[in-house]
Design a protein around this ligand. Structure first.
Ligand code: ADP
Length: 494
């Protein structure tokens, strides 16, 4: 990464963004815009269209028309593959520009954003492009006078609602498999991180995706998101975000056309460290990175540290040391490890959690405060809270910020019981050199992904999905495709 290039890009003025509907840029129907505030310094970066319900309805109608006339679904698989491959190439070619734009918008440190955002988006799009002509229907084992066939058909129009923490990566997790299977998509980026995803959508058109197959509408979730959720013309909602919004999407589906709703929601993921971990120093460094990178704004963040009591004090000290070695600050500096908190609202919510933790008896052993307020940006010191009880707010509620809750345990049984004591089940880890214990933990912890002797970094070949109130359905891997196809049976008498 070249700091000079990054500095040149950050100095560029960002043009106003409009919706992308039917292959064209469109302002909001009432002409209104929303300011885009950069969390780096609190300045107004540019504006996006403040979408109206009518804008969203137009985007859905365009996607529906594109699906019905077969301009995309009807193309030979090889042709669809070529377009998606070109799109991945374009994302890669523009990676630094996209990453810097995204960081100016959402505050993720560039060292992480470059890989996790355009890098991962390109890899994901390419993965599904490569997969799309290797997905076959099936022939059922029926009696000799019957031919039972199972066709895999695109579902139609997919509504993809994306959060602000990793807009391109998570956007690609939905767009890749949905478009590969021939669906049309209406994309709704998050209010506080629309820009890079909107730019990525433009690149899809440049790559040859026919107009209308991918429409993108900016604006408030409760306005344009609600219209998308309630639409009778949308067949699937694919969402990543908060539990509260996930619940609303299920209501929208129930109140409208019972569309399928796939939710990737929050977590309160346990990172469990046993005294017999193979390398406690490594475990401490990874534990710190596992909660503090991207200022804790990671759905799989290891936000609960469960530590065997015999090593508790030493291990917490080691995590503290590893945390202090991480540089918090300007996310556009290549040596920054922890960038800005996404918005002022989020920063206030994080600080509220610190106050609550203190009032519930937690000890703030590191951080706890806003820092660098003089920049005008939203920065928070990475925070470690010890003595967090099983039922404490910090043990139960997702913060989505740089706050680590530490709880000691005595036995493996107690560790499992603590790990499973929330409504969530997204990620987790156990650190142990005992092979039997490692496998027992994989089985016992109720979660979508369980790491052993590491945390995070699972690539696109494996699914990511939650259990419990962390959601349903999976992103990533070939399994994600299941969300975007209908199975149709043909039962033929011979
Ligand atoms: P967070 O709390 O992380 O911002 P949200 O669930 O509010 O998470 O936001 C995730 C995405 O959901 C954003 O794109 C947001 O605009 C959208 N959203 C928020 N409220 C609604 C809603 N009522 N209907 C549909 N989408 C919504």
């Amino acid at each position: 990464m070249d700091q000079t290039k990054i500095d040149t890009l950050r100095a560029q003025t960002v043009p106003a963004f409009e919706h992308l509907i039917d292959g064209k840029h469109m302002p909001a129907s009432d002409g209104r815009t929303m300011d885009v505030i950069s969390p780096i310094d609190g300045s107004v970066l540019t504006t996006t269209a403040a979408g109206t319900s009518a804008d969203m309805t137009a985007a859905i109608a365009s996607a529906r028309a594109a699906f019905e006339d077969g301009r995309w679904a009807g193309q030979p698989p090889a042709a669809r593959k070529a377009v998606l491959m070109r799109w991945a190439d374009l994302i890669e070619r523009n990676a630094l520009e996209l990453a810097v734009l995204g960081v100016r918008d959402n505050g993720t440190e560039i060292s992480m954003a470059l890989k996790a955002e355009p890098g991962s988006a390109a890899t994901t799009i390419r993965y599904y492009a490569e997969a799309l002509d290797k997905i076959y229907g099936e022939i059922a084992p029926t009696s000799a006078d019957i031919l039972g066939m199972i066709h895999k058909e695109p579902v139609g129009v997919v509504g993809a609602i994306i959060p602000w923490n990793f807009p391109m990566m998570i956007g690609a997790w939905k767009l890749g498999p949905a478009l590969a299977m021939g669906n049309s998509v209406v994309l709704k980026p998050a209010e506080t991180a629309s820009l890079s995803l909107m730019r990525m959508a433009e690149l899809a058109l440049e790559a040859g995706l026919p107009p209308g197959v991918l429409n993108a509408v900016t604006g408030e979730g409760r306005v344009v998101g609600e219209t998308l959720g309630l639409s009778m013309e949308v067949d699937v909602l694919a969402f990543t975000g908060s539990g509260a919004t996930g619940r609303r999407l299920m209501e929208y589906a129930a109140r409208s056309n019972m569309k399928r709703v796939y939710l990737e929601l929050g977590g309160k993921s346990p990172n469990i460290v046993f005294a017999d971990a193979p390398n406690l120093d490594e475990a401490a460094k990874v534990a710190a990175a596992g909660i503090f990178r991207n200022a804790g704004q990671v759905c799989v963040a290891g936000s609960r540290l469960l530590v065997e009591a015999s090593i508790h004090d030493d291990f917490v000290a080691a995590v503290g040391k590893a945390t202090q070695a991480m540089r918090v600050g300007d996310p556009l500096r290549v040596d920054t490890n922890i960038g800005a908190v996404n918005s002022e609202t989020q920063l206030k919510a994080n600080l509220g959690f610190v106050d609550t933790a203190r009032s519930e008896g937690g000890e703030i052993v590191l951080g706890g405060d806003r820092i660098m307020a003089e920049t005008g940006g939203y920065y928070m010191a990475p925070t470690i809270v010890t003595g967090v009880g099983r039922d404490a707010t910090l043990a139960q509620k997702e913060v989505f910020g740089p706050i680590l809750a530490v709880t000691p345990f005595e036995t493996e049984q107690e560790a499992v019981s603590l790990a499973n004591s929330t409504v969530y089940g997204l990620a987790g880890a156990a650190w142990t050199a005992n092979l039997g214990r490692a496998h027992r933990m994989v089985k016992a912890v109720r979660t979508g992904v369980m790491h052993i002797n590491t945390y995070g970094g699972a690539d696109g070949t494996v699914p990511l999905g939650g259990v419990g109130q962390s959601g349903n359905g999976s992103d990533k891997s070939l399994h994600a495709i299941e969300k975007y196809v209908n199975l149709k049976t043909a039962w033929i008498k011979l």
